[in-house]
Design a protein around this ligand. Structure first.
Ligand code: PMP
Length: 367
């Protein structure tokens, strides 16, 4: 069986060694006589898996001791409600500053309106989400409970390459980051964030697991209506076992973290991601307009590359040609059309080289 190169935005491709190990251990995890999916989350075996997974994650991302790592459920859209339910009451104004950088952050701000006041501090809507507003231009509130930023917009393909220092901008509010589509692809500047959340189904593992990194001092502000299972303080004080966590997804995430460590850790993975993205952008920019990416160069995403054919009517033919070479899931998001290649950690350089080869051949044939 030949595995395809899967450019899906998520759920997305996973490292082949991880899938092979999971398959080998499916019926019997390391002599325990049962598979991981069938184990009690409170048993000795799963406790071992869980502890190792959290330790590896902390080590890889250099998570400081004053941040809790929570293994939750509900996805990033769930977090769009869970974050305000936990943080909006930190300050009496119950206001959150939102920076709009694309489709996902817009959705986040709309959900936030259900729990408090949303103040749009900056937006890239005027450029149709192809630029990033400079932090110095953000209109931050004096009394915000937090500032929300999506640091990689999966649909528009813009990425924040350096997190802002809110204190230098005159705000004491914690920065909350939706890092769903680039977590573990690069280091995190922990001194600049208060909370980071991500759905797992891009760089981390299967859908169903949501990771939340939260600074200690942000615990304990949940609204009374916040479900106990989503109250960060409750989840933290129960070691993510207040309710049954997504055990299978946590196990796979642990294998993915081991794989990242074997690749040389986050710095090495980041270097590979830089190379893969550079290769694809160079092919687009060097195509004399046959392919176009509209995002400003300084905020182009390494993870999600949306692009278009000058002749849009050729898009279905391109997708057919790609499929024939085993290059899958390259169709653009339905709201923007065109094409999109997601280059998460598990996409090998060979996959990008094959895509670039396909693009050049297609352009030579149809250009
Ligand atoms: N935020 C970002 C940046 C995303 O890419 C996605 C999913 N594509 C979401 C939020 C929504 O995630 P979920 O479907 O896990 O709720």
């Amino acid at each position: 069986m030949a595995r395809a190169h899967n450019f899906s935005p998520g759920p997305a491709t996973l490292p082949e060694p991880v899938l092979r190990q999971a398959a080998a251990e499916m019926l019997d995890w390391q002599g325990s006589g049962v598979g991981v999916m069938e184990m009690s989350h409170r048993g000795r075996e799963f406790a071992q898996i869980f502890e190792r997974t959290e330790a590896r994650l902390r080590e890889l991302l250099a998570v400081p001791a004053h941040f809790r790592v929570l293994f939750m459920q509900g996805g990033a859209i769930g977090e769009n409600a869970v974050v305000p339910m936990n943080l909006i009451a930190r300050r009496p104004a119950r206001r959150a500053d939102h920076v709009i950088t694309g489709t996902w952050s817009k959705k986040t701000s709309r959900e936030g309106e259900r729990y408090g006041q949303v103040h749009v501090a900056a937006s890239n809507e005027a450029t149709r989400h192809t630029t990033l507003p400079a932090p110095s231009s953000w209109q931050l509130s004096a009394d915000a409970s937090y500032v929300h930023l999506c640091s990689n917009e999966t649909i528009g393909g813009v990425e924040v390459h350096e997190l802002p220092d809110l204190r230098a901008l005159g705000s004491e509010a914690p920065l909350v980051i939706d890092a769903s589509s680039h977590l573990a692809s690069r280091p995190i500047a922990w001194d600049r964030v208060g909370l980071v959340y991500a759905g797992a189904q891009k760089n981390i593992g299967p859908a169903g697991l949501t990771l939340v990194f939260v600074r200690d001092d942000l615990l304990g502000h949940a609204l009374p209506v916040c479900p106990s299972a989503f109250d960060y303080a409750t989840v933290a004080s129960n070691g993510s076992m207040f309710n049954t966590p997504p055990t299978w997804a946590i196990y796979i995430a642990g294998l993915v973290f081991e794989w990242i460590a074997q690749q040389g850790g986050i710095a090495a993975i980041e270097q590979r991601n830089v190379e893969k993205a550079a290769l694809l952008y160079a092919a687009i920019d060097g195509s004399e307009g046959f392919y176009v990416n509209r995002v400003a160069h300084d905020c182009r995403s390494r993870m999600n590359v949306p692009f278009f054919l000058r002749e849009d009517s050729l898009t279905p033919a391109f997708l057919d040609a790609a499929r024939e070479r085993g290059l899958l899931q390259l169709k653009g998001h339905k709201s923007v059309g065109g094409l999109r290649a997601s280059l998460y950690n598990a996409m090998p350089l060979a996959g990008v080289q094959s895509l670039v080869g396909c693009m050049q051949e297609f352009a030579a044939h149809h250009g």
